[in-house]
Design a protein around this ligand. Structure first.
Ligand code: GSH
Length: 225
């Protein structure tokens, strides 16, 4: 059985979705990052980086990095409905999309959610958040153009976990602006949100985005130090 460390306001939902889709046995251990539970001695012994998600494999390996966890689980359990196999010609396009989200989208989303960590003055936080959002939107414009030509999914007609991974970050961004500016990304989002296995997760993530925005409004110096 797998053990997943995660919880509200975290990207662990991505891994939980995949474990559910793959009908894999797991236990969810909740880590409340708003209460700083990711910085307790107990959790730091599991991941000294103090970040979630963490996945403990049935063999007892402790793994981190959400993109790696998604691809690892899909490969290990041959979930080819979620990730093209290594010898599938679509594997290259799939990996490009996953690595792009992991490095270029997620990093800016971190700045979007934790602007105080990138600024010396509280009054700059709002502007830093805006800049992070603009950068994500401009990177998504490239994705949008690609989807307009070869969509509706990242791999054309074929759904993959790359689409859920992208949709998760769309749910956390500004869905209204995405709908106005990025037609093909919005179309992909709607398709994914209508999938039986994904819908619950994306609805919860949309709510999480709204709740977190409220937390940010109430804590202008930063929700988590
Ligand atoms: N590169 C890591 C980043 C993990 C990460 O930043 N997780 C967030 C929750 S979504 C976290 O633990 N935040 C706590 C903090 O930054 O203090 C990954 O993609 O898995």
């Amino acid at each position: 059985m797998y053990i997943l460390y995660g919880g509200d306001y975290t990207r662990a939902a991505l891994v939980q979705w995949l474990l559910d889709e793959g009908k894999l046995d797991y236990e969810l251990k909740k880590v409340d990052i708003i209460k700083n539970e990711h910085r307790t001695a107990e959790f730091l012994a599991i991941n000294p980086a103090g970040l979630v998600p963490v996945l403990v494999t049935p063999e007892g390996d402790t793994l981190h990095e959400v993109a790696a966890l998604l691809v690892y689980l899909a490969d290990r359990h041959q979930l080819t409905n979620l990730a093209p196999a290594p010898d599938d010609p679509l594997r290259g396009r799939f990996l490009s999309a996953v690595f792009h989200i992991a490095s270029d989208i997620q990093a800016e989303m971190k700045r979007f959610h934790f602007p105080h960590r990138f600024s010396l003055r509280t009054e700059d936080n709002g502007r830093i958040q805006e800049m992070a959002k603009d950068l994500v939107l401009s990177r998504l414009e490239v994705v949008d153009a690609r989807l307009a030509k070869g969509g509706p999914y990242t791999l054309g007609d074929r759904f993959s976990l790359a689409d859920f991974y992208l949709s998760f970050w769309i749910a956390l961004l500004d869905r209204h602006t995405v709908r106005q500016r990025l037609r093909s990304v919005a179309r992909l989002y709607d398709l994914v949100r209508n999938r039986p296995g994904a819908s619950r997760y994306l609805v919860e993530t949309e709510k999480m985005a709204d709740d977190y925005a409220e937390l940010m409004r109430r804590n202008p110096c930063g929700v988590i130090a």
